[in-house]
Design a protein around this ligand. Structure first.
Ligand SMILES: [Zn+2]
Length: 271
């Protein structure tokens, strides 16, 4: 659970829950700190973060799914995109949470980490106020650097990516990684996702972004990854992709496999 120093004041933490492993990123600036996502909510992130910084912390949620949003309640200042308001309420539904958490047990962890853990009952019963909305806000200044926000609807309507302009790095949540789920009820059409990728590519070029850090999986090259998705979408349009069913109990779909990247879509794809 201890944070791994990625570069200049930026740490990465792994969290675990029913949807598997997810990464949470902490950016410590000169005046303030930002927590990108907040995990499943089964951990006292406020106490954990306090081991790394005493600066005021703002939580920026990439989107409102349970593996990203539920730990925000430990901080006074948290934001989510307004287009994910409905997903936020669905993620916080107590009956839904009780059901998904009943099948999960935390992997073994060190004694030093256990002090931060909460019981599943605590997570289910916790009251989580709706975070603030971004409402057109495009950057967060932490003193020695600016983190800019790009709204990238696709995986969900309210997905956002956050760019560390000084370091040419982007935290992409579930918008961009080795695989992208677009088969969900709250996902957009492929055409909207493609528009988001275009917007992101323009932002990457403007800010010299070379590396992305997704919420699931390791870092990847920025522009090259976007180009691979453009290629894959082109193949989907032509109907020439290699396809494999994704047998997921809650959100099944069809996996379209590209060059080291995959898109999970409905059958047939929604344009
Ligand atoms: Zn998600």
């Amino acid at each position: 659970m201890d944070g791994e120093l990625l570069y200049d004041g930026v740490y990465r933490f792994a969290d675990y829950g029913p949807m598997g492993q997810v990464y949470v990123y902490l950016i410590i600036g000169r005046d303030r700190a930002l927590l990108i996502d907040s995990g499943y909510g089964g951990k006292r992130w406020d106490k954990l973060v306090a081991k790394y910084t005493d600066k005021p912390v703002t939580v920026l949620i990439t989107h409102a799914h349970i593996d990203h949003a539920l730990g925000a309640r430990f901080f006074q200042d948290a934001y989510v995109h307004e287009a994910d308001e409905k997903v936020w309420y669905e993620s916080n539904d107590k009956a839904f949470l009780a059901r998904v958490l009943s099948t999960f047990s935390m992997p073994d962890c060190a004694e030093s980490e256990r002090e931060f853990l909460l019981s599943p009952e605590t997570v289910v019963q916790a009251d989580r106020p709706l975070p603030r909305f971004f409402l057109g806000r495009t950057e967060f200044d932490v003193g020695d650097r600016k983190i800019s926000l790009v709204h990238t609807p696709g995986h969900s309507q309210g997905c956002c990516c956050f760019i560390d302009e000084k370091k040419g790095v982007c935290f992409t949540g579930d918008t961009l990684s080795k695989y992208v789920w677009l088969q969900l009820r709250e996902s957009t059409t492929l055409a909207v996702f493609e528009d988001s990728l275009r917007l992101l590519k323009t932002a990457f070029e403007k800010h010299g972004v070379t590396t992305i850090y997704p919420a699931h999986g390791e870092k990847m090259p920025a522009i090259e990854t976007i180009e691979k998705y453009f290629d894959l979408i082109g193949q989907i349009r032509k109907g020439t992709t290699f396809q494999k069913p994704l047998h997921h109990p809650l959100v099944p779909g069809i996996r379209h496999v590209g060059d080291g990247v995959s898109l999970i879509l409905n059958d047939p794809p929604r344009w």
